[in-house]
Design a protein around this ligand. Sequence first.
Ligand code: TYM
Length: 385
Amino acid sequence: MTEGKVTPWDVSGTIDYNKLIREFGVEYISAEQKQYLLELAKAKGLQEHIFLRRGLFFAQMDLSEVISAHKAGQSIFLYTGRAPGGSMHLGHLIPFLFTKFLQDLFDCNLYIQFPDDEKFLFKKDLTQSKVDDMCQSDLLDVASFGFNIEKTFIFRNSEFIAHMYPLVLEVSKRLTFSQARNTFGFTNDSNVGMIHYPALQITPTFFERGFCLIPCGIDQNPYFLLQRDFAVKMGFHKNATILNKFLPSLTGPAGKMSASDPSKALLLSDDAATIKKKINKYAYSGGRETLEEHRKFGGNTEIDVSFQWLYYLFEEDDMVIEQIKKNYESGSMLSGEMKALFIDKVNAFFSDFQARRVQCRETNLLRTYMYEGTLAKAMWERTGH
Ligand code: TYM
């Protein structure tokens, strides 16, 4: 297997999370931190989130600071984002699903950045009009998660830039080329837009004076590690992150689900028949070569993509998932049966999601998040830093 590679733009190979944690300067979520979040959820009448229970969200940077701030009644806000430029697939849902849970937990403001400049700058053949089309569709997807309408602001960099530019300048002035190069590996061939982009992704961590918590995939952490070098000098708190692992792509247990080949990824826009076809055709199986061998030796749930998705996202019941694991590993359950379970769960999830998306479009909810909600209006009125 190829060794894993993780940068904010490229995740591939088999990822050694122990190693990544050291390289990225982050830590595992501790038992105490997890307990605090789970107890808070209970107190608020929320479900213990499956991502926390089963460890999909597994690492963090300064989460204890946020917890202490919350205990002391200090202000907290959430920030996350999505860069349009490829199709949105099942893996992209992960941070947003968890962000919704955290917003319910902390009842706080949430900023969602759509850097419609990022992929244009980083991907050679992408045009601005293509990004624009994709951005519209992704915005609607993200608006369908049910975030608090009055406390959420969704913005596109190209549109909101004048209002955040004074802050962007404060950040760019403090971020040197050598820091950016060391962190992101820029070379002489990198365009200057790429070199400046980190300032844009860091800026929303300064949208409020309170404690900023960022739920996202671990690949995005390098931006937020840089923020800590100058946040305090700017008169703000250092940002904190809570980080998820990558759910595997359909075709293999390694890396993140890649939308570079949309025909092999589960896209949020796929219908039931397409989902079924893609899973049956491409979902990497941990089953044995022949039926006989499978019955005799059993399958491998560690690499079976359908099982992995059921475990981390779709099958919440601990007893049921344990039974599935047992049956598969003992050989009494076959790969086709595992895939059938996965297909049913994805389709139920997608039909619900797509219905909410239609409702979101019909009720113009996106406009509220972007322009008309309480937080959105306040953000558009702001000019300084
Ligand atoms: P983007 O659009 O590539 O990805 C959006 C979020 O999805 C996470 N992700 C995954 N998580 C689990 N399994 C997967 N297979 C998977 N694939 C992607 C990513 O880690 C990310 O959290 N630069 C950012 C956009 C951005 C942003 C932010 C992200 C702007 N501001 C603040 C997080 C926080 C990007 O390209 O994300």
